[in-house]
Design a protein around this ligand. Structure first.
Ligand code: FES
Length: 140
């Protein structure tokens, strides 16, 4: 299967450096009692299709990837490739896929199902609801 990849050089892939950054405004999100709340007004990174942020630390039980797809939907994934390196993921703009930042490029569809690469299984996609400017995802 022919897949498209994010532009990453060999060293970026060896080191597992993702394309996706943490949000510029760190006050845009909170986490409590299994709920991730994101204030979309504070996240210009998610305004355009293919845009993404990664959330890590604080009390989050997992690394999280949030992205806005070409289908105008928001997605929240556990940001952990199911392959042995458990590297971070990035959306690949224009492809409706999410890809591991490592050298092996395991690739998943927007349901988290693996469609390419050595990863043994899907990645976890969390349910997300948008109400106005507030996105709420249940992380469990
Ligand atoms: S860690 Fe993702 S393909 Fe190896």
């Amino acid at each position: 299967m022919k897949i498209k990849s994010s532009k990453r050089n060999f060293f970026q892939r060896i080191l597992g450096l993702p394309v996706t950054s943490e949000p510029k405004d760190s006050t845009c999100w909170s986490y409590s009692d299994g709920k991730l709340i994101l204030d979309l007004k504070k996240v210009p990174e998610l305004k355009n299709p293919g845009g993404a942020i990664r959330l890590e630390g604080r009390d989050l039980p997992e690394r999280i990837l949030v992205f806005f797809g070409e289908d105008q939907q928001y997605y929240v994934f556990k940001n952990r490739c199911s392959h042995v390196g458990h590297r971070r993921l990035d959306p690949v703009p224009g492809t409706n896929t999410v890809q591991c930042c490592s050298i092996s490029k395991s690739t998943y569809d927007f349901d988290g199902k693996k469609i390419f690469g050595p990863a043994p299984h899907s990645v976890i996609k969390y349910s997300a609801v948008v109400d106005g400017d507030k996105l709420t995802a249940t992380i469990s």
